[in-house]
Design a protein around this ligand. Structure first.
Ligand code: HEC
Ligand code: HEC
Length: 198
């Protein structure tokens, strides 16, 4: 999926250009070797240090594979992952998914707004927790929100709301409800809350 160059793209690529240069060269089926090509952006063992790059540790194999296939097919919006995902076979993706699932999801401190966190906690219960269980820590089929990078989640939510990233019906319904009841501030609050979960 072609996107216009944006701050988002620049954030996603500048810190990682060096890694990209050899990222595509990994060919061994050894998952640890393969995952070295991801470390420059997603951090050693999948816990990201950059703001726009999500942490990919501890995601369910199913979700990880689904995301990679979506990037490859162009059905999921991305700044850099479409290009990267195309460099890997289904077997290699499966192997990396298994490798990263075994790593702990690191939650380094993020700057969040305390007032938003407070409001967000109760909104999340009503609009999000039914799928993003255990404070967003359970990522079975939905991705982990607890401690995920705040800018990455903000980009994701605007892609969902703009229709660039597809939502299942029940998810779309909750998004509509939150938007109608609390507007953009409601999403800001919820995402600040999830970003701050330890
Ligand atoms: C140049 C930086 C860069 C490299 C290298 C990179 N990624 Fe990514 N990755 C991103 C960014 C940025 C996103 C968010 C989507 C986008 O904008 O492309 C992302 C998203 C993802 C996601 C989705 C996470 C979620 O919670 O939804 C997965 C899975 C992923 N990458 C796996 C990988 C794997 C596996 C590798 C190594 C083979 C890799 N990435 C290499 C930058 C990178
Ligand atoms: C009915 C279930 C459901 C509800 C309710 C729900 N979500 Fe999700 N959420 C999903 C699914 C499924 C995905 C994975 C979408 C995909 O495959 O791209 C997801 C993904 C996400 C992502 C992207 C995660 C990533 O790693 O890329 C964010 C951010 C998110 N949801 C935020 C929210 C927020 C905020 C709420 C509450 C307003 C919410 N969701 C409510 C099902 C739900």
């Amino acid at each position: 999926m072609k996107r216009t160059t944006s701050l988002r793209q620049i954030l996603a690529t500048t810190a990682c250009a060096a890694v990209l240069a050899f990222g595509g060269a990994a060919s061994a089926a050894d998952p640890e070797m393969l995952s070295n090509a991801c470390a420059g952006c997603h951090g050693t063992d999948g816990t990201s240090a950059g703001p726009a790059t999500p942490t990919i540790a501890n995601l369910s194999v199913e979700y990880f594979v689904e995301m990679m296939k979506g990037y490859k097919a162009g059905t999921r919006p991305s700044t850099v992952m479409a290009r990267i995902a195309k460099g890997y076979s289904d077997e290699e993706i499966q192997a990396m998914a298994g490798y990263f699932q075994q790593r702990p999801f690191g939650r380094p401190e993020q700057v969040v707004d305390a007032a938003k966190v407070k409001t967000g906690k109760s909104l999340a219960k009503k609009y999000c927790e039914s799928c993003h269980e255990d404070e967003g820590k359970v990522g079975e089929g939905v991705g982990v929100l607890a401690g995920q990078k705040l800018p990455y989640m903000q980009y994701s939510v605007s892609d969902f709301l703009d229709g660039k990233r597809q939502m299942e019906k029940r998810q779309a319904k909750k998004f509509e409800e939150l938007k109608a009841d609390h507007g953009d501030a409601g999403f800001e609050a919820v995402l600040n809350y999830y970003a701050g979960v330890k």
